[in-house]
Write a protein that binds this ligand. Structure first.
Ligand SMILES: CC(C)(O)CC(=O)SCCNC(=O)CCNC(=O)[C@H](O)C(C)(C)COP(=O)(O)OP(=O)(O)OC[C@H]1O[C@@H](n2cnc3c(N)ncnc32)[C@H](O)[C@@H]1OP(=O)(O)O
Length: 258
């Protein structure tokens, strides 16, 4: 499939989606978000794909929603058209693991897109922020909600109220990103993490994603019960037998996603 604003490459079980609007620092307009959703859904449907990586350019993962596209909208346009709502919901429906590989600016919707991914690997040049307040609006795709859960109220308030950016070191310390690497190692690190995930049982991987995400939605007692039940249910899979046999036989497991 040919896309206008993203580049998609699938190699060795990993689908790499590169946001590609260099003239606008990958600002998220309707076309880009539509193409991103199409590409993610295609990756979800492709049995060969076991992990997805989303990245941008060296200068910007994404500098937020496209301000030029939004600026003339009325309340009715935004509300009736559910501005960014459907794309957010479609991305959250992807069951395969998604890694965000972030270099440069991840601002507004860019930071929110990174947080929709399952984890973030950042280059030393990454800058995260929710500067919507400078535009007279607030975050609309998770910047007040996911960021608060990731970094706590103090930093989330600070970023959303002042619009200041967080660098990669602060983001790692605060728990927003899982690893920070030198810029030139970013893609190697992200692809190698994706390759590692691709070796696992896809059933177990999907269960991990669902269980961790559930911890954001439900009280602890319910989350723990969900975790225990899915743990129990994995004993019905061939991959559990294979994983535990392989350990005892001192060999690498050969998972068959069954
Ligand atoms: C999703 C929601 C609901 O949460 C809402 C949002 O995301 S609102 C958007 C939040 N993001 C921002 O406010 C960031 C806006 N951009 C900047 O502040 C700066 O561009 C910068 C600090 C990221 C980089 O500055 P600089 O290096 O000086 O580059 P620029 O000359 O400013 O930008 C280059 C080029 O890209 C265009 N651009 C950048 N960001 C956006 C954007 N979000 N929407 C549309 N276009 C953007 C910028 O206008 C420049 O293009 P030209 O005007 O020169 O054609």
């Amino acid at each position: 499939m040919a896309y206008e604003t993203i580049v998609v490459e699938t190699e060795d079980h990993v689908c790499l989606v590169r946001l590609n609007r260099p003239d606008a620092l990958n600002a998220l307009n309707d076309v880009l978000l539509g193409e991103l959703v199409d590409a993610l859904q295609a990756a979800q449907a492709n049995d060969k794909v076991r992990c997805i990586v989303i990245t941008g350019s060296e200068k910007a993962f994404a500098a937020g929603a496209d301000i030029k596209m939004m600026s003339s909208k009325s309340f009715v346009d935004a509300f009736a058209g559910d501005l960014f709502g459907s794309e957010h919901d479609e991305i959250m429906r992807i069951r395969k693991p998604i890694i965000a590989a972030v270099s440069g600016y991840a601002l507004g919707g860019g930071c929110e897109l990174a947080m929709m991914c399952d984890f973030i690997i950042a280059s030393e040049t990454a800058k995260f922020g929710q500067p919507e307040i400078n535009l007279g609006v607030v975050a609309g795709m998770g910047g007040t909600q996911r960021l608060t859960r990731a970094v706590g109220k103090a930093k989330a308030m600070d970023m959303n109220l002042t619009g200041r950016f967080m660098d990669a070191t602060e983001a790692e310390r605060a728990g927003l990103v899982s690893r920070v690497v030198p810029a030139k190692k970013l893609m190697e690190e992200a692809m190698s993490a994706a390759d590692k995930i691709a070796e696992k049982s896809m059933i177990t991987v999907a269960v991990v994603k669902e269980a961790v995400n559930r911890s954001f939605e439900v009280p602890l007692r319910e989350g723990l019960l969900f975790e225990r039940r899915v743990f129990h249910s994995l004993f019905a899979t061939e991959d559990q037998k294979e994983g535990m046999d392989a350990f005892q036989e001192k060999r690498a497991a050969q998972f068959r996603d069954k």
